[in-house]
Design a protein around this ligand. Structure first.
Ligand SMILES: Nc1ncnc2c1ncn2[C@@H]1O[C@H](COP(=O)(O)OP(=O)(O)O)[C@@H](O)[C@H]1O
Ligand SMILES: [Mg+2]
Length: 276
């Protein structure tokens, strides 16, 4: 644990966002926000599919930031402030979220952070599921079937066809429905390079978050890191060995590191968040 703390300390010198997220069962108690389609004062998504999310399903999957009044979303709001400030400072628009190993909480953090940005800033956030081995954004949000990144990659749909607005203004998702075979080859292909470029150019005003695979064990995340402006690392408390943490930090360009999140932490400070 000491080495992990040291590695995170090291990363902290280059970044601002070290915002652990508390280990509590998420409870979304109130009704979902009005959807973009229903609320006349909201943005109306004419081309993008609008999907209404089920608060109970979100709660089960620890998606707490859909309801901006949920007290559990506070941790993500703090993280959002730090991340946005660092991104603006550096003119960054595309951010990868990765971790040393599987199960650290990348997808949970990606979704909650994207929702927090959508709630509290004027910037539209696009969340892209680029974990082609274990895509789970669609499952965690409870999205219905429809065109996805799989169809975009196979040439059967456009990005616009596959985008979904989950009933929250300034938030769009590009889901992945199923694992992609030979994902490393796919991610290093010209097709994906062009796609990332297209997303960047076409949605120039947006913040784009890529949910990735873990860094250790496969090349997938490393390939994608070359294509993004910056990276946020999620570390699951007690889930990563000292050596794994050190190796992970070695793969990341410190100039691109936004920060490190300690997820699933058990120790609490008075405000419910933890620091090093
Ligand atoms: N802060 C947390 N406390 C407890 N469990 C969590 C927390 N964050 C995520 N989880 C759970 O850990 C599991 C893995 O999370 P996930 O986001 O899918 O990880 P990854 O995308 O890194 O593989 C899920 O069951 C998720 O609900
Ligand atoms: Mg995941």
């Amino acid at each position: 644990m000491e080495k992990i703390k040291k590695a995170i300390e090291e990363s902290k010198r280059n970044q601002v966002a070290t915002s652990p997220v508390e280990n509590e069962q998420a409870v979304v108690s109130s009704k979902p926000s009005t959807t973009a389609a229903q609320n006349t004062s909201s943005i109306v998504y004419e081309q993008t599919r609008v999907v209404e999310l089920d608060p109970e399903h979100l709660a089960k999957n620890r998606i707490v930031s859909f309801n901006k009044n949920d007290h559990l979303s506070l941790g993500f709001d703090i993280l959002r402030t730090q991340v946005i400030s660092k991104m603006q400072e550096n003119g960054w628009r595309t951010m990868a979220i990765t971790s040393p190993t599987q199960g650290c909480g990348k997808t949970v953090v990606s979704i909650n952070l994207a929702m927090s940005i959508a709630h509290h800033t004027d910037t539209t956030t696009m969340l892209v599921d680029f974990d082609l081995r274990r895509p789970s954004i669609k499952k965690y949000l409870g999205l219905p079937s429809g065109p996805s990144l799989n169809d975009v990659l196979s040439g059967d749909a456009s990005v616009q066809d596959a985008l979904v607005n989950p009933g929250l203004d300034r938030f769009v998702v590009l889901p992945t429905s199923m694992p992609v075979k030979h994902s490393s080859e796919m991610l290093s292909s010209q097709k994906v390079g062009n796609l990332v470029q297209e997303i960047r150019d076409r949605y120039a005003e947006r913040i784009i978050i890529f949910d990735l695979t873990p860094l250790l064990g496969t090349d997938d995340a490393m390939i994608m890191l070359q294509q993004v402006d910056c990276v946020l690392v999620v570390v699951g408390n007690g889930m990563v060995s000292n050596d794994q943490m050190t190796e992970t930090m070695r793969y990341i360009n410190p100039d691109k590191l936004v920060g490190t999140v300690l997820n699933k932490s058990e120790s609490k400070q008075s405000n419910g968040y933890y620091d090093y």
